[in-house]
Write a new protein. Structure first.
Length: 304
């Protein structure tokens, strides 16, 4: 005879008095957190190092994701369409990198992969910082007229550089050189701070650019406190691109067709003008797709 035995299982939680955690409040929670961190520091400091590195890393990733597009458009002058392409490219590279990193992790371990990735990221960042942005120095020569810069005496000097000049120019990088006519100049004097904007655009929009700068933007900036003078210069490309012996041994010069200079007595109003009325977003509305902005302090003024 076979007997059928049925069983029933009942599961539940048993409350034991004194085991429930009492609310500790905000300050109490932070005290408990500090107690746990100090405990881990005494037990294994690597855990604390990891927590700090993880917090910094996650904060950086959050900043890039949140403000990357804003910085790209407003600071670096990248178009909105290109910012979207950058986001898609970053996502694809992240996915591919995660897959390749996982394979490497299985072969060589986590630490070599992480250290190698950090070294590569730092190397790329330092390289991009060195190769992009405004040049570190800005030199301005003022002459009677542009014929001086194409005269035989001037060219002879450039074609007979001194030994010191030959050695020093070999280290020049990211050099721009334009020989320009001043098509607009207004103000009450010179300033100790100068903001510069160098750009090119479709020549068909030159008239629009000139009107926007000289009639709509610069007169209003000259009325602001801290702004001393404004100048708009247009390059003579034929004269600017003349090759001389002084240029041998270094990279070819960039020749921006337009150079805008804004002189001020203080740094803040010049920076505000270059990020606002003369910023990338404002220039884009005047058919200037990309420009190089720079701010410099006067170090020396040679009058004769």
């Amino acid at each position: 005879m076979v007997r059928r035995i049925e069983t029933e299982s009942v599961s539940g939680f048993i409350h034991e008095p004194g085991q429930m955690t009492k609310p500790v409040g905000l300050l109490g929670a932070y005290r408990r957190l500090w107690s746990e961190i100090t405990g881990e520091w005494r037990r294994d400091r690597n855990v604390v190092y990891y927590l700090i590195a993880s917090a910094v890393f996650r904060d950086g990733v959050t900043g890039v994701v949140t403000f990357g597009a804003v910085l790209g458009v407003n600071v670096y002058g990248i178009s909105e369409a290109n910012v979207l392409l950058f986001g898609v490219g970053a996502s694809v590279i992240a996915a591919v990198g995660a897959a390749l990193g996982g394979l490497l992790d299985d072969r060589v371990g986590s630490k070599p992969v992480i250290v190698g990735s950090l070294i590569a990221m730092i190397g790329v960042a330092v390289t991009l910082m060195a190769l992009s942005g405004a040049p570190a120095f800005y030199t301005l020569y003022e002459v009677r007229d542009r014929t001086v810069l194409s005269s035989p005496a001037y060219l002879e000097r450039l074609n007979s550089p001194t030994e010191w000049t030959t050695r020093s120019v070999a280290h020049f990088r990211n050099t721009s050189r334009s020989l320009c006519d001043a098509v607009y100049s207004s103000g009450s004097g010179s300033g100790g701070v100068i903001g510069t904007i160098r750009f090119d655009c479709d020549p068909a929009h030159d008239a629009t650019v000139l009107v926007r700068l000289t009639q709509d933007v610069l007169p209003g900036l000259l009325a602001a406190t801290g702004i001393a003078a404004a100048h708009v210069c247009r390059a003579d490309l034929e004269v600017s691109k003349v090759k001389t012996a002084e240029q041998k041994g270094r990279a070819e010069n960039l020749v921006p067709r337009w150079v805008v200079m804004l002189e001020g007595s203080q740094l803040e109003p010049v920076q505000a003008a270059l990020s606002g009325p003369l910023g990338p977003a404002a220039l884009a509305t005047a058919h200037v797709p990309q420009a190089v902005h720079g701010v410099y302090r006067l170090e020396f003024d040679l009058l004769k």
